[in-house]
Design a protein around this ligand. Structure first.
Ligand code: AFP
Length: 280
């Protein structure tokens, strides 16, 4: 496992330099989700693949930017799913972006996750590693220094509301508004990594990306985005559900499956369950 974590750190340092020098232009391809691929997406994916394929304990890797998995070592122990540069379109408006890594054993079921890591490229470069707890590291002169453990309180004050509002269901709109009426503050950048990092660093709140009329199965990808953050939020003392059920109890049918997701401290997730259980 240590070799994988070191490879992620090396990748992060290289990607951070690429972002600083990026001209934001698009490559000629689309990714498996049909998104235009920024050259930065492709370069970040190549940096990570080059680092991970040198590690013998890895059986295969699957990238959000590629249709199929890539075999590394048939006798390897771990499967690594990653989103090389999540929210990459935000680079052009100088917002924070991130890389997300999920490390599985046997298959890509949520309950087979054994570690999750993300990197946020913002005013500072932070790295968060979730094994049995959640640890925050910060890049200082090309080295990641341990800062502190991340834990969630019982409840928070942030309401990060994903998706286009006109495409929300009436009950989801009722849920979102119920938090604003309680005094929660809207914090939403359109980047999953900075939006969830902010909730973790402020020790609570709710991030939601629900089923919407334009995305009936949600937008966020199970293997590379939803499962790793569900793991992190649970290890930090919070919860992660699809509106009713625990996210990590799910298993994708296809490598690029998406699902609705709610990540938060306990109080907020229990409120989600109440509204979604009674939806018309
Ligand atoms: P891109 O990678 O296409 O920029 O999308 C980012 C993302 O996958 C995730 O990082 C955000 O949480 C989510 O999409 C934002 O989606 P909406 O813009 O529909 O709210």
């Amino acid at each position: 496992m240590e070799d994988i974590l070191e490879a992620i750190k090396k990748s992060a340092i290289k990607i951070e330099k690429e972002i600083k020098n990026s001209d934001g232009s698009f490559s000629k391809n689309l990714n498996s989700t049909g998104d235009n691929q920024l050259k930065l997406d492709v370069v970040s994916d190549e940096i990570i693949e080059d680092e991970l394929k040198q590690i013998n304990i890895i059986k295969e890797i699957i990238s959000e930017e590629k249709e199929d998995s890539v075999e590394i070592n048939p006798n390897g122990k771990y499967l690594v799913g990653y989103d090389p540069l999540d929210g990459s379109s935000l680079v052009d408006v100088n917002q924070s972006v991130g890389s997300i890594f999920a490390i599985y054993e046997n298959d890509y079921s949520g309950n087979n996750l054994v570690a999750s890591v993300y990197v946020i490229y913002g005013a500072r470069v932070d790295l968060v590693i979730a094994l049995n707890d959640v640890k925050l590291y910060r890049l200082q002169r090309d080295e990641f220094k341990f800062i502190n453990n991340l834990t969630l309180g019982e409840k928070g004050h942030i309401n990060a509301t994903g998706g286009t509002q006109k495409n929300w269901s009436s009950y989801h709109r009722e849920l979102v508004n119920s938090f604003f009426i309680k005094g929660y503050r809207l914090e939403y950048s359109g980047g999953m990594v900075p939006d969830l990092h902010s909730i973790l660093l402020q020790r609570g709140g709710l991030f939601s990306y629900p089923t919407t009329s334009d995305k009936p199965k949600g937008k966020l990808r199970m293997i590379f985005e939803v499962f790793p953050f569900a793991y992190i939020f649970e290890k930090a003392g919070g919860k992660a559900i699809d509106g009713e059920k625990r996210i990590l109890d799910f298993k994708p049918s296809h490598l690029h499956d998406t699902m609705p997701c709610f990540f938060g401290s306990t109080y907020e997730i229990e409120e989600v369950k109440k509204v979604y259980a009674n939806r018309a």
